[in-house]
Ligand binder design. Structure first.
Ligand code: ATP
Length: 306
């Protein structure tokens, strides 16, 4: 693992040095007036989590000083609750995920996990409590077993096998001649989008975080694989506090609460039936996606090369 981190450390250092140079210059010319890097407060304690709730309290944020993206956003995810965020492209959905992970700090307002402002706790402890299944799961050029075990330091072979089973990728692994020792990634076996996603899910299951961030977890998959993976994700989200950022509404229709975001503002919120009754933006998006789906079903199937 150290072999992996050393070059990354070095890169990080070069990046910080260059960026610091730019920041110093910018400060000299008074172009920016806030520090860009997110740092731990001195002696920041660890985030303490038993049954985490997540609160966005009047959060104002933008990437550049002259362009505000989130304009005073407030919402709450109760402990164990499943909340989905939907809305048009550029509405700020992924920005919410980045703020929760504390890649940036809000300009105003606060983000609380189980009552603790995430700016006051160590970033390490914060990120340990949050599992992410991203849009495009990246695998290391290493074995499939390593890629899963990476989820938790000190994981045993049995832990890895159990996680692979829960992520429904164990049968696939068992069919490989070298099983968990099969090399994957650029230099090894190429996995399909769905298989990669399942490896990422297994890794997250092994990490066993109380908070889950699903970022459009099923975008690159065909409908059948998508349905299978949604089932797996649902099981994973049960009993965990979950925020799902979604484009395809069919994947989140049974969330406890759906937040509809437009241009950095919450314009509707409620359950799927609530929002359909409301006949606003969500209902529009839903009807449009239904029509697209029906249209796609009418298309003749694509011929696959033998
Ligand atoms: P999509 O559905 O297309 O993924 P989104 O709702 O997730 O969109 P965000 O990625 O949160 O939208 O972006 C919100 C706004 O912030 C966009 O206008 C985008 O251009 C801007 N933005 C995103 N990332 C950055 C960045 N690193 N620097 C500057 N602006 C950014």
């Amino acid at each position: 693992l150290m072999q992996l981190f050393r070059p990354l450390d070095m890169l990080g250092w070069v990046y910080r040095t260059i960026r610091q140079g730019l920041i110093d210059m910018a400060q000299m010319f008074r172009l920016i007036d806030t520090p860009v890097e997110v740092r731990d407060a001195p002696g920041a304690p660890a985030l303490l989590v038993r049954r985490p709730s997540i609160v966005f309290d009047n959060v104002v944020f933008g990437y550049d000083r002259d362009r505000e993206i989130l304009h005073g956003l407030s919402f709450e995810v109760p402990p164990g609750g499943n909340v989905a965020i939907v809305g048009p492209s550029g509405a700020g959905k992924s920005t919410i995920a980045r703020l929760l992970f504390r890649f940036y700090d809000p300009w105003d307002g606060q983000i609380l996990i189980e009552g603790q402002d995430i700016r006051t706790v160590s970033q390490n402890s914060l990120r340990r409590q949050i599992g992410i299944v991203p849009q495009d799961s990246v695998l290391f050029n290493d074995t499939i077993g390593y890629n899963i075990a990476y989820g938790r330091e000190g994981a045993t072979q049995d832990d890895v096998i159990a996680a692979a089973r829960d992520a429904a990728i164990l049968p696939f692994i068992e069919r490989l001649p070298q099983g968990l020792d099969t090399e994957v990634g650029e230099r090894g076996l190429k996995l399909s989008g769905g298989e990669k996603q399942r490896v990422a899910i297994a890794r997250t299951l092994l990490k066993n975080p109380p908070i889950l961030l699903l970022d459009e977890a099923t975008s690159a998959l065909d409908t059948r694989t998508e349905q299978d993976i949604i089932g797996t994700l649902r099981r994973m989200a049960q009993h965990r506090t979950t925020i799902a950022v979604a484009h395809r509404l069919s994947t989140i229709a049974d969330s406890d609460m759906i937040l509809v975001l437009e241009e950095g503002r919450l314009i509707e919120q409620g359950s799927h039936p609530d929002l359909l009754r409301r006949d606003g933006l969500y209902a529009d998006m839903w009807n449009r996606q239904l029509a697209e789906r029906e249209h796609a079903l009418e298309e003749p199937p694509v011929e696959l090369e033998a």
